[in-house]
Write a protein of this length. Structure first.
Length: 100
């Protein structure tokens, strides 16, 4: 079995508070998704489930927005300052993914 070359993967250093905030958001999302699963298992009315699905989508979008803002302020700025202009193409691809 080949070992993965870790140099090929980018990493981001996050401050402890950033990590805590992101994990808290993910924990809430995880709880909301489990709640939807319970609703389905309990034969809850479809419209009530759909309302919860919309809430999860909104919460996931908020998570993505927070992470994206942090990405721009840290990784993108760092790479531009280091002369790595290819980060702009990566950023544009990310924007397209987020706005579909």
């Amino acid at each position: 079995m080949e070992h993965m070359n870790h140099d090929m993967h980018k990493h981001t250093h996050r401050e402890n508070q950033e990590i805590i905030d992101l994990i808290n958001r993910l924990n809430r999302l995880e709880g909301q998704v489990r709640g939807i699963k319970t609703m389905v298992e309990s034969d809850v009315y479809c419209d009530d489930i759909l309302i919860q699905v919309a809430a999860v989508k909104s919460a996931l979008d908020a998570f993505a927005s927070q992470l994206f803002a942090q990405h721009i302020k840290t990784c993108v700025v760092r790479d531009i300052q280091a002369g790595k202009a290819e980060i702009v193409d990566e950023l544009m691809t990310t924007v397209k993914r987020l706005t579909r």
